[in-house]
Design a protein. Sequence first.
Length: 155
Amino acid sequence: MLSKYWAFHILGNRFAQFLDTYRVNRNLDRATLINVAHTSLATKLQPRLAKQLAADVVDAVLAIRPRPPPKGATGTETIRDPIDLHMVEIMKMQHRTELDTQLVRGLVLDHGARHPDMPKRMENAFILILNVSLEYEKTCVPNNAFIVVHQLTTS
């Protein structure tokens, strides 16, 4: 008599063979990916918003996907790096409606001007992205040093 392990193993192999005969090979072009995304989003969002977001989501993921392997690559060279979804950021703008949602291909600076005399538009500008504070900050721990000198007097 077969053990449960071997029975599940045989059943799994037969099921995999069935799936190989049942599956349909499709070209995963942009239109197919949009249809898949729309099917998923339509169960959670309004129909108009789902249609708009499906294209934006697909375009965002396609923009950050790794390059395909070079022609003639073999072995481990054919494996693509996984898509890093941390490269896509969703920003919530409180003064807009959900139908105003749009995909921005590039960098979004939402802080606006810091001084009234700053220009509203610049071309060929250099942008520094810095993740540290440039303001002077006081430390939380007092860092005062006291030097006490004791004189010994001999009498």
